[in-house]
Design a protein around this ligand. Structure first.
Ligand code: NAD
Length: 239
């Protein structure tokens, strides 16, 4: 395969993104040295038990994450993907990130496996609401009096069946799969490169480091997300 990808030659393209995609914009990472879980115990801020014990504390933690995310802006890599989507309608993003950076770059067709900092829900009434207010949530309690819960997959939560099913459908029928900035240790996301490969997709990894998933890829690009995407799709300009 030529070095530069011809998008029109593929029927269904998936960009599969992880924390490394956002880290390049400066969004703090959660795991690893210096990550958020070094400073905050997830048991106190990112699980259903913590929310039931201390809803105010959990909501305040997520409001801080929203504030931090807004200090960052999508990088060229986010914008390259968004530009490709504006020209072709067979491109999907499946992301493990919850920060909304792809949306802020103008992307559509995004599957958020782990939920979003920008949605909140009432589990009593079964309502999910977008909340794009800067920083703090518009409201912390529903009209019915229940605490509103960030619509995020926390530790010990099950993933949303419909979201996983949609991701499985499109990944198992794609013919180009590009993984960017994920270490491949969180399931079921870690199974996606194999799923794409089993379907015969051409699989590419963009990551400065080797990962547990590297084995499945036909091509690996050991560069940061933005430079890797620029080279892969032949973008010449610096957005
Ligand atoms: P991870 O932290 O396990 O791995 C990040 C990967 O990104 C590493 O392999 C690293 O080498 C690579 N990387 C670092 N800088 C890069 C760059 N500039 N370009 C390309 N790659 C780069 O992340 P993960 O695999 O996504 O798993 C982390 C979990 O934590 C996920 O479940 C995710 O939901 C959550 N998370 C979300 C966010 C967010 O929303 N921004 C941030 C951190 C973690």
């Amino acid at each position: 395969m030529n070095d530069v990808i011809d998008v029109s030659k593929f029927n269904q393209i998936i960009f599969f993104t992880g924390a490394g995609m956002s880290a390049e914009s400066g969004v703090p990472t959660y795991r690893g040295e210096g990550g958020i879980w070094d400073e905050y115990k997830w048991e106190n801020y990112a699980c259903q038990n913590a929310f039931e014990r201390d809803p105010k504390g959990v909501l305040a933690f997520h409001e801080l994450r929203r504030i931090e995310a807004l200090k960052c802006t999508p990088h060229r890599g986010h914008q390259y993907i968004s530009r490709l989507q504006q020209c072709y309608n067979h491109i999907w993003i499946v992301t493990q990130n919850i920060d909304g950076m792809h949306q802020r770059a103008g992307s559509e067709n995004i599957i958020e496996l782990h939920g979003s900092l920008w949605r909140i829900r009432c589990d009593q009434e079964g309502k999910i609401m977008e909340d794009l207010k800067q920083g703090s949530y518009r409201a912390q309690e529903c009209n019915c009096g229940t605490w509103l819960r960030p619509d995020i997959i926390w530790f010990q939560d099950m993933l949303n069946d419909k979201v996983v099913s949609k991701a499985n459908d499109i990944i198992s029928s794609c013919d180009l799969f590009i993984s960017i900035g994920t270490s491949g240790v969180v399931w079921p996301a870690a199974g996606y490169p194999k799923m794409a490969k089993d379907n015969g997709a051409y699989c590419i990894e963009i990551n400065p480091e080797e990962t547990e998933l590297t084995y499945y890829f036909d091509k690996t690009i050991r560069l940061p997300a933005s430079t890797g995407l620029r080279d892969l799709f032949g973008f010449e300009d610096e957005i």
